[in-house]
Structures are given as C-alpha cells and as structure tokens.
Design a protein around this ligand. Structure first.
Ligand code: UDP
Length: 358
C-alpha cells in the first residue's frame, strides 16, 4: 500500500517522525514522503530530518512565501502532478498548515482518500488562518484522527463523528521517545550571527511567532517587556519571519534579560522545555509540551486551542499585555499526575494501524 505523506512545517516533521518510523519497518507500507518546502531554512526544516532520523523526502516542491492564496494554489498544482505520477492509495496529513489544506484538496479531487491527524481542533474564529485550514481539511477527509476528546466532540457536532477515531497526540509520543535522547543543557544555542550563547542555569522559555502577536511591534513588545521583568533570563528562539522585527525592537538594549537565539532543533527545544522555570508561548505544540513536562505555561492568545491543558493554572490564556502575563505567571499551578488527556504515548501505532486497516 502506497501512502503519500505531505509535510511542510516544523510541527509536521515532528509528528511525521514518529509515524514514519513505524511505516519503515512495515513491509506492507510504502511511504512516499513529500515536503512542500513551506519551511525551508536549515534550522526550521533540515535539522528535524537529521535529528529525528526522517528519510530524505522523495519530493521537495520548494514552495514557500507569497500570500496564502499564492502558496496554496502553487502547492495544489505541484502536488497534483506528483499524485498523478505516483498514484498513492491514501494521503496522510498532519495539523493545520497551508501544506495540509493544499494536499487534502488536491487528493480529494483525484479521489485519493485523505487521512487527517490532529483533526477537530476549533477556535471558533475564521479570522485565524489555521482554523480555516483545519475546517476545510476535516470536511474533505475520509478518516479523521483527533488527538483529544474535545476535538472529537467538535467533529461529532459537525456531523463527522462516523469517520473519526480518537488516537491521542503523536506530539506526546515524540516527547516521550525523543525526550530520552535530548542532552540536558549541553545543547548549543546560537545568536543571530551564529555565535555560541551560554545557557543559564535558571531561565524561562519563550516562543512567539503567530501573526496575531507579531504583525506589528505593539504586542510582541509587551510580551518581551513582561519577560524582561522576570527574575531569570528568558531564552527566545526567534522564528525567521520575526527576526527583523525582534532585532529592531531589542536593538536599543532595553530588554537585557532576553537571550535571542536562532530557532533550535527539536531535541534542544524539548530540553529547553524540561529545564525551564516556566513557559510563555503562542505555539500549539509548545503548550502541550509544557503540559507533558508539567511546566506552567502562559499562552498569549485570545482563543483556547488545547482546552485539556487549561486546568489548575497549568496553562492560562493572557492578552499580549505585560501586567497580565506577569500576573498569570505568578499564579501557582497544581498538577494531577493521573490526568493524561493526550493518550498513552502510543498514538503513532494507532495512526499507522488505522491507515493500514482503512
Ligand atoms: N520548536 C523547535 N525549535 C524552536 C521552537 C520550537 O523545535 O526553535 C518546536 C517545539 O518544541 C514544538 C514545535 O516546534 O515541538 C512547535 O512548532 P511551532 O511553534 O512552529 O508550531 P505550532 O505548534 O504553533 O503549530
């Protein structure tokens, strides 16, 4: 059976890594890995393939940048050519990027069944580009694999329950599997010029790249201001898209407690999560990793993405406003170790099994 897996962005490489590992040992499955090229810098793409031992993609379409319409339409045209040539039996996609939507649309038009992992998450706002990608992808998919009960409920409400299978979160599998392999605080952090930076013993971990927080100076400046008022330094690996803005905002030295770095590889990111005092983010993946590592998290966003994490102050939403971020960070979290809403760490096995049986 030939399964085409289409990936394009950092979080998809991580999820695909744990599932592709199983396909590689299965003589009945021939996985065709296609990279759209949406993320292309070495430290946003290649490093994940190296560290997570993902085979080199059979195709790299080299498509990134431009407006959403330009990116998606170029991907659809290029993917159609690949699918017509390779004739996959099924398409496997992850998450909610433009690559996910482009691949799902292309496949459904060619009558190739679409299988969507991380289906069903809903913010309730079509202003968010990922929400649009998720809804459209879910509704053209033949098999939906939500990570959590709440995502499954959304799918049921939308009449998609009959095609849905709760599988748990492959990010949890990855966290458990690769978490064993990360090297404590020996990993190298690099500044924007490639100079090595020392990792402080105690630090906060910040990631912030959503367009809602970084499209103008105002919100990201508030977030950086909050981090600068905390007792320990903050490590902030900056997404390439935001490097120019963040460098400019910090150029006058007003936020000396911030350690700005290039994006880090997954193993380093996991080790930063595990060693952090607390985490501030707008990333869906990092919120869950904070939860897995039992680190308190503040998510700077208006809408709840992962409701399962929003218990006992473990993950709280905050506006991009420095006093609110600091207030939320100062509240105590409690952790119930028996509460495991992201599955049992065997999500990849469930995904691979469902794909084979379907
Ligand atoms: N991550 C990483 N390097 C970084 C920042 C984040 O490897 O410099 C990891 C992080 O640990 C998580 C994933 O990237 O596993 C989250 O991806 P991202 O924030 O790009 O996307 P989202 O989760 O918001 O979809």
């Amino acid at each position: 059976m030939k399964i085409a897996t289409v990936v394009g962005a950092r979080p998809q490489f991580i999820k695909a890594a744990v599932v592709s590992r199983l396909f590689r040992t299965d003589p009945d499955v021939d996985e065709l890995l296609i990279h759209t090229g949406q993320h292309f810098d070495y430290n946003m793409s290649e490093v994940f393939f190296e560290e997570l031992d993902i085979p080199k993609p059979a195709y790299n379409l080299g498509i990134s940048g431009g407006s959403h319409a330009q990116m998606i339409s170029r991907m659809v045209v290029a993917l159609e050519e690949v699918f017509l040539k390779e004739k996959p039996d099924k398409l496997l996609v992850y998450g909610d990027t433009n690559s996910t939507l482009a691949a799902a649309l292309t496949a459904v038009k060619l009558h190739i069944p679409v299988c969507h992992v991380e289906a069903g998450n809903r913010f309730g706002s079509l202003d968010n580009p990922e929400e649009v990608n998720r809804i459209c992808t879910d509704h053209v998919s033949s098999m939906l694999m939500p990570c959590t009960e709440s995502a499954l409920r959304f799918l049921q409400q939308e009449g998609l329950g009959g095609r849905s299978h709760l599988v748990g979160d492959p990010m949890f599998d990855a966290f458990l599997f690769y978490g064993e392999k990360c090297g404590g605080n020996s990993e190298v952090l690099l500044d924007f010029e490639g100079k090595r930076l020392k990792r402080p013993e105690r630090y906060y971990y910040l990631t912030c790249h959503r367009q809602e927080n970084t499209a103008t100076d105002e919100k990201i400046t508030e977030i950086l201001r909050a981090m600068n008022e905390l007792p320990f330094p903050t490590i902030y690996p900056v997404h390439p898209r935001n490097r120019e803005r963040v460098s400019r905002i910090c150029a006058d030295g007003r936020f000396p407690k911030l350690i700005l770095t290039q994006p880090v590889g997954y193993l380093t990111s996991i080790s930063l999560v595990k060693g952090a005092e607390k985490i501030v983010t707008d990333s869906g993946g990092l919120q869950r990793e904070a939860f897995f590592a039992e680190k308190q998290c503040v998510t700077v966003f208006d809408l709840i993405v992962w409701p399962e994490t929003m218990v006992d102050n473990r993950n709280q939403l905050s506006a991009a406003e420095h006093t609110e971020i600091l207030k939320k960070l100062s509240e105590k979290q409690t952790v119930d170790p028996s509460y495991k809403p992201f599955g049992d760490g065997k999500s990849a096995e469930k995904i691979a099994g469902l794909l084979k049986r379907y």
